[in-house]
Design a protein around this ligand. Structure first.
Ligand code: ADP
Ligand code: MG
Length: 643
C-alpha cells in the first residue's frame, strides 16, 4: 500500500468511528433554547425531554470521508465537466441529507471511498506486475577502458566498446561474444524457460541474464537501438493505442451519466404523480438511482483488462503494440506466412556448387562478395559457407533486388547473384538444376558462371504451429514465398499448410494479400506473419502484422503490430488465445456490470431498494470487475501455453 492509500484508509477508519459515535450518542436532556435542539417528548409528570437534532453530528464524518469528492465535484462543475462520478456521489449524498437520511449519506460516501481504495490498490498491483515483467532495463555496464573496468550507464557505451558481463548480471547491450562461455536466461524476453548457451561469436541480446560464466562482449548497437530499449518503448506506448471497447466505454460514460441523471429526475417527478408514494420517498429513490448508476466499474476494468492482456502476452515473449491489436488478433480467420525466416529457420546449408566457367571456390567467393552488404538470410548463409574474411574494398555499387537477388560491382565487373527471374531479367541463359533446393545463379558481365544450391530447414515447431492454429479455429493457412515452386510446395506439404503460392516478388505478395482480404468473412481478420526482410509492405497491409523479432529486421518490428521475440511460429496460436481470453473478460465485465446495474435500477425505481443496497451494488460490481480484469494478466501462465 502506498502513502496515499494509507492516508485514505485512515480517513475511512476515522470517518467510520465518528459515524458510529454519532449514531450511538444518546438522546440527551438539555435546557430549552440551544441550537439544534427540539422537544422530543413530554412526560406525564410534566418534565420535557429534549433531543439533540443529529444532523450536524453526521456532518463531521461526512466531511472527513468525503471532502475530496465534494471538492472535485465543485471543481469539475467550474470546468464545465459536470457529469462524472464525483458529481453523482456529491449529488446523491447531499440529497440524502436533505431528505433526512443522515447516516445513509455518510455511509454511501464511506463505502464509495472503500471501493475507490480497493480499486486503486488493484490497479497498482497489476501495474506493478507489468512493471516487474518489464523490469529488463539494465542498470549499468562494465566497460573496458584502458585496461580497467568501469561501471557506467549503458547509454554511455558506444558501438565497438568491449564490455564484461559477470555471472548474475543482466546483459546491458546487444553484442557479440569475444570470449567466454555461459548460459543466458532469456525468459524475460522470450518466455523461454530453457537457458540459451553462448560462446565466442554468439550474439547476445540485452535484457537476458547471464547465469554461469564471465563474458567479454563487443557492443554492436547503442543502447537506444538495443533490444531492451525497443521493447520498453513498445510496452510504454502500448496502452496509448486504445481498443475499440475502450473507446466505446469512454463514449458510453459520456452519454450514460447525463441519461441517468435525467432518469433520476423522472423517477422523482413521476412516481408521486402516478403512485401513492410520497414526494420525499420519491426523491430518495431518485438519489439511490444516482448512486447505483456510477459507471466506474466499466471505466476502470476495461482498460485494466487490456493492460493485463498485453502484460500477460509479453511475459511469453509476445509483444502486442496496443489493445486494439488484441481485438483484431482474437478474430483471426486467415493466417498468411512468409517462408524464409518465418516458417523455415533462414539458415541455409550449401548442398551443391555447380560451377560453369571457374573453380568452385571462385564461384562461392563471387557470390559471397556480391552478398557482402545484404542481411537477407541467403546472403548470411552464403557468407557463412564461404568462411573467409571478405575484402569489401573490392565491392562497389551494390543493389538489392528484392525477391530476386543482388547486383554488385566486384573488381570492376558486374556480378549478379539470384534466382531464375533475375537471370531472365539480365538476359543470361541459366542451367536448371536437378537438385531440389533454392538455386542461386551467378553471372559476371553477362556470362553465366554457374549456380549454388542451398537448402533451409523448417523450424522445429512450425508443423505444430500450423496445427495449433487449425485447432484454434483459423480457417485458412497460406504460405507466400519468392522461392522456387518445388521448394515452396515441399515446405507446405511438410507443414500441412492449406495453400502455397511461390515465385512471388514482394509486390505480388501484396496483391495476394489484398485478394485474400476480399475473401475473408466480414468479421474475420487476416494476419500476416513475416520476418520483415522485404515484406514490411505486406505486414502493414494485413489486418494484423506479426513479425519475428529476434531474426527480423528493424523495419519489420516497426511495421508489425505484434512481435514474437523468440521467432517461434507456435507463439501465434498462443497470442490468439491470449487475445480471445482478454476480449472475453472484457465482455464478461461489460455484460455483468450493465446487467446488475439495470436490475438494481429497476428495483430502485419500483421502490424495492434502499440507498444502502445501491452502494453495495455499485461497489460490489466494481470490485468484482476489477478482480476479473486482473485475470487477464495471468492468462499466459495457464494451460494455454503452446510449447
Ligand atoms: P521469401 O518469400 O521466402 O521470404 P524472398 O522474397 O526474400 O523469400 O526471396 C525470394 C527469392 O529471391 C529467394 O528464394 C531467392 O531465390 C531470391 N533472393 C532473394 N534475395 C536474395 C539474395 N540476397 N541472394 C540470392 N537470392 C536472393
Ligand atoms: Mg522473406
Amino acid at each position: 500500500m502506498n502513502k496515499k492509500q494509507k492516508r485514505m484508509l485512515i480517513r475511512i477508519l476515522v470517518g467510520a468511528a465518528l459515524l458510529i459515535a454519532a449514531a450511538l450518542l444518546p438522546t440527551i436532556w438539555l435546557p430549552v433554547g440551544l441550537p439544534f435542539v427540539s422537544v422530543s417528548h413530554v412526560a406525564q409528570d410534566g418534565t420535557v425531554a429534549f433531543s439533540l437534532s443529529k444532523w450536524p453530528l453526521y456532518l463531521i464524518p461526512y466531511f472527513v470521508v468525503g471532502w475530496d469528492i465534494l471538492w472535485k465535484a465543485v471543481r469539475n462543475i467550474a470546468h464545465g465537466q459536470i457529469f462524472d462520478e464525483n458529481f453523482l456521489m456529491a449529488l446523491a449524498t447531499v440529497g440524502a441529507f436533505a431528505t433526512g437520511e443522515y447516516p445513509e449519506a455518510v455511509f454511501v460516501m464511506l463505502f464509495y471511498q472503500v471501493g475507490e481504495l480497493f480499486q486503486s490498490y488493484a490497479v497498482g498491483k497489476s501495474r506493478q506486475s507489468i512493471a516487474k515483467l518489464m523490469d529488463i532495463r539494465p542498470d549499468w555496464a562494465n566497460v573496458e577502458r584502458s585496461g580497467r573496468l568501469e561501471r557506467v550507464d549503458p547509454e554511455e557505451v558506444a558501438v565497438g566498446d568491449v564490455i564484461v558481463i559477470k555471472p548474475g548480471e543482466r546483459v546491458p547491450l546487444d553484442g557479440v561474444v569475444l570470449e567466454g562461455t555461459s548460459s543466458l536466461d532469456t525468459a524475460a524476453l522470450t518466455g523461454e524457460s530453457l537457458p540459451r548457451q553462448v560462446a565466442a561469436d554468439s550474439d547476445v541480446i540485452s535484457g537476458c541474464i547471464n547465469l554461469t560464466g564471465l563474458l567479454r562482449v563487443r557492443v554492436t548497437k547503442a543502447f537506444g537501438e538495443s533490444t531492451v530499449a525497443k521493447i520498453l518503448d513498445l510496452v510504454e506506448n502500448a496502452s496509448s493505442r486504445k481498443a475499440r471497447a475502450e473507446n466505446f466505454i469512454t463514449k458510453f460514460a459520456r452519454y450514460y451519466t447525463p441519461a441517468v441523471v435525467a432518469a433520476a429526475v423522472l423517477v422523482a417527478v413521476i412516481t408521486p404523480l402516478v403512485t401513492s408514494v410520497g414526494w420525499v420517498e420519491s426523491v430518495q429513490r431518485a438519489f439511490t438511482f444516482l448512486v447505483i448508476s456510477c459507471p466506474c466499474a466499466l471505466v476502470i476494468s476495461v482498460p485494466l483488462t487490456f493492460f493485463g492482456g498485453i502484460g500477460g502476452a509479453s511475459r511469453q515473449g509476445i509483444l502486442v503494440k496496443g489493445g486494439n491489436y488484441l481485438e483484431v488478433l482474437a478474430q483471426s480467420e486467415i493466417v498468411v506466412f512468409d517462408k524464409t525466416g518465418t516458417l523455415t529457420r533462414g539458415v541455409f546449408n550449401v548442398t551443391a556448387i555447380h560451377p560453369q566457367e571457374c573453380p568452385e571456390g571462385r564461384l562461392l567467393e563471387l557470390a559471397a562478395l556480391a552478398e557482402s552488404y545484404s542481411d537477407h538470410p541467403i546472403s548470411r548463409s552464403l557468407k557463412e559457407a564461404y568462411g573467409l574474411p571478405l575484402d569489401t574494398s573490392r565491392v562497389g555499387r551494390v543493389e538489392e533486388l528484392s525477391g530476386r537477388g543482388v547486383r554488385a560491382e566486384i573488381d570492376g565487373a558486374v556480378v549478379c547473384a539470384g534466382n531464375d527471374k533475375l537471370m531472365d531479367e539480365i538476359g543470361v541463359t541459366w542451367h536448371p538444376c536437378h537438385k531440389v533446393g533454392t538455386t542461386v545463379h551467378v553471372a559476371m558481365d553477362g556470362v553465366y558462371m554457374g549456380h549454388i544450391v542451398i537448402s533451409d530447414e523448417v523450424k522445429p515447431d512450425a508443423r505444430e504451429a500450423i496445427s495449433a492454429l487449425k485447432a484454434a479455429g483459423v480457417r485458412r493457412t497460406v504460405m507466400l514465398t519468392g522461392d522456387a515452386k518445388a521448394v515452396g510446395e515441399d515446405v507446405a506439404r511438410q507443414l500441412g499448410l492449406d495453400e502455397v503460392h511461390t515465385q512471388l516478388l514482394p509486390a505480388d505478395k501484396v496483391d495476394r494479400v489484398e485478394a485474400l482480404l476480399q475473401e475473408k468473412s466480414p468479421r474475420g481478420a487476416l494476419a500476416f506473419v513475416g520476418d520483415g526482410i522485404n515484406d514490411a509492405p505486406v505486414l502493414s497491409r494485413a489486418d494484423i502484422g506479426i513479425a519475428m523479432g529476434a531474426m527480423g529486421s528493424d523495419a519489420a518490428i516497426e511495421a508489425a503490430d505484434v512481435v514474437l521475440m523468440d521467432d517461434k511460429p507456435s507463439k501465434i496460436a498462443l497470442a490468439i488465445s491470449i487475445a480471445r481470453r482478454t476480449i472475453s473478460i472484457v465482455k464478461q465485465n461489460i455484460v455483468f456490470a450493465i446487467a446488475v446495474k439495470v436490475l438494481v435500477l429497476l428495483l430502485t425505481a419500483a421502490g424495492y431498494t434502499s440507498m444502502w443496497m445501491g452502494v453495495f451494488a455499485d461497489v460490489g460490481v466494481m470490485v468484482l470487475a476489477v478482480l476479473n480484469a486482473t485475470r487477464a494478466l495471468r492468462t499466459a501462465k495457464g494451460p494455454a501455453q503452446a510449447e
